[in-house]
Design a protein around this ligand. Structure first.
Ligand code: ATP
Ligand code: MG
Length: 447
């Protein structure tokens, strides 16, 4: 990708234009981080870019942004521009094509505003970005209050970058953020969700949430989560602090490789798992109760899963994410019952699409707890691996969907799916062993 973006820069330069890497990728290079993408800025106008480069898509032509596709990679190429007026606190009313310096000045933070010429290895730094990288500072370019009023999302971006890179704030930047935090109310749910998701997927998500709470942003975005602050836990089982501390510790543990070098699932934690972990105990506020022995939160998993669904729906997350988070939270107290259930029923759980994530959530939940006792998690993980290995050796379904439709005289649809699942459960628990068993069972129960 890097070398392809170099080729594009060369193409633009050969045609007589200036062209540089810009923004995040320059920052990441200076920080010694592998850039995710290489955004390019150029003096060429959108029409010129389209003429010079072979495959382009005009994704934001009126703002001067063209997507170029080359060697299977895509790159955003933007014409030098300055933003003229922000009447909606979100997006510029218009852009004006300008020069490299003006383009740097329209950007949000000094560390995000450097340009780099890869052929001469020269950094163009109009805003002392290198100094701020050295001193590890997040600092708005220009007047912080004005910059926040132009685009309120910059408040959340500041929090994200500070925590992702473990930076500090420049004093005026921090004061402006705190003063104008209420403007977050006006940001669209999608933009908030995107930014929060980037925080949650980045480094130190627990600290980012802590800071969102501190500056008053969380009260506006997810007030339900603020209720976990100071919420008491039974000391016998939870010495790590209040419910909030527990949730944050659990969240941070998901990406802590030292805790379990061999976790399930093998891929990095998904967005759904991350959200499920932050929100897994969100029902504890509503269900808090004391009996003779201890503090309890009966049914907090069910109650919490519904609260989580409400939060994520409000933030406009996709149904796929919402459903998975809902499922994970709803069943996060399933671990003990799993040991007690009949084998076939347990295998049914093991085969659920989200089961590995449920195990992962259990691990995070456990690691977020003091005193730490991973024995149940380890036991279940072993059992799961053992069973799954066995199941992989198992014969295919006794009857195919088509066969079921024919036997039961059913059209394609949900009902057939239900029957397939039912047959599979019975097969796994050895109630049905042969095709003939399955047919007999169908004729008896589904005709
Ligand atoms: P990431 O690693 O998260 O992609 P990034 O810095 O590349 O970080 P992007 O959102 O991809 O962030 O934006 C690319 C660049 O565009 C930024 O580095 C910044 O210079 C500029 N930019 C993005 N969003 C804003 C904004 N809301 N206000 C001002 N400048 C912005
Ligand atoms: Mg980027």
């Amino acid at each position: 990708m890097k070398s392809t973006s170099l080729e594009i820069i060369e193409d633009l330069k050969k045609a007589g234009y200036e062209a540089y890497w810009a923004g995040g990728c320059v920052r990441d290079m200076l920080l010694g981080i592998q850039p995710k993408d290489f955004d390019i800025v150029t003096s060429a106008k959108p029409d010129d870019i389209e003429r010079i480069l072979e495959h382009t898509v005009p994704i934001g032509k009126q703002f001067g942004v063209i997507l170029a596709i080359k060697n299977g990679h895509s790159f955003e190429i933007a014409t030098f521009r300055s933003d003229a007026g922000y009447s909606d606190g979100r997006r510029p009313d218009a852009v004006e094509f300008t020069n490299a310096r003006e383009d740097a000045l329209r950007r949000d933070f000094t560390i995000n505003a450097m340009l780099y010429d890869p052929s001469t290895e020269q950094i163009m730094d109009y805003v002392d970005g290198q100094k701020d990288i050295r001193d590890r500072l997040i600092r708005f370019i220009g007047n912080p209050e004005e910059r926040i009023k132009e685009d309120h999302l910059r408040i959340l971006r500041a929090v994200r970058f500070r925590n992702a890179f473990d930076f500090q704030y420049h004093p005026e930047t921090y004061q402006a953020i705190k003063k104008h935090v209420h403007l977050i109310e006006n940001i669209s749910p999608n933009r908030i969700a995107d930014e929060l998701s980037k925080m949650i997927m980045g480094n130190s998500p627990g600290r980012a949430f802590e800071e969102l709470f501190e500056i008053g942003a969380l009260e506006i975005i997810i007030p339900e989560l603020c209720k976990l602050k100071g919420l008491a836990q039974p000391l016998m089982y939870h010495q790590e602090g209040d419910v909030w501390d527990h949730a944050m510790k659990a969240l941070n543990s998901l990406t802590d490789e030292e805790i379990d070098p061999n976790p399930l699932p093998a891929e990095p934690p998904s967005l759904a798992l991350k959200w499920a972990t932050v929100l897994h105990d969100i029902g504890k506020y509503e269900t808090f109760a004391q009996d003779q022995q201890r503090i309890r939160y009966d049914h907090h998993a069910e109650v919490g899963s519904d609260i989580a669904k409400k939060i994520l729906t409000r933030l406009n997350f996709s149904n796929k994410i919402i459903d998975r988070v809902h499922w994970l939270i709803r069943h996060h107290m399933m671990i003990v019952p799993l040991f007690e259930m009949p084998d076939g029923r347990r295998r049914h759980w093991f085969l659920q699409a989200g089961f590995e994530e449920l195990l992962e959530l259990n691990r995070a939940d456990t690691v977020g707890t003091e005193p730490l006792d991973l024995s149940q998690y380890e036991k279940l993980k072993l059992l799961y691996r053992h069973e799954i290995a066995k199941l992989k050796l198992m014969p295919k379904n006794l009857l195919s969907g088509k066969e079921i439709m024919k036997i039961c005289n059913l059209p394609e649809g949900e009902k057939v799916g239900e029957i397939i699942k039912d047959l599979r459960d019975k097969q796994l628990s050895h109630e049905l062993k042969t095709k003939a068993d399955a047919k007999k069972y169908l004729l008896k129960h589904f005709l």
